[in-house]
Design a protein around this ligand. Sequence first.
Ligand SMILES: [Zn+2]
Length: 140
Amino acid sequence: MRTQQQIIDDLNYASDRRNCKPAPTKVTVTLEGDEDTVEVQLPTKWEVCDLCNGKGTHVNPSIDCGGLTSEDFDQDPDFAEMYMDGVYDQTCNRCEGRTTIAVPDFELMSEVEREAYKAHEAQEDELAEEEAWERQYGGC
Ligand SMILES: [Zn+2]
């Protein structure tokens, strides 16, 4: 039997934005042709990773996903020092230490590609919403 605090900790961990899949280095969409569908690689540009802000690392979310307060540091100065020194840092989950991620370059896309990308994004959002719902109300 899990305590309420454990459940909260698990939820905090699961919903921490650092717990993500690595950003893809290619952005592809499926275009519906008259007779068949084709996978098209979209033009991309490199942008500073929005998760680590170009650092390439971040604190392991299992350390501070529930949020730390100054009390946590006051009560354990050793922990505070190690935390500040980056002892708990790990390679960024999103850019995998590259510090940049590939993002679609809308200026270089054709109109068809742009529409396909928007449709693809809408589908992804829907999927993410469903997953979030299942996390919240699904099996525990
Ligand atoms: Zn990063």
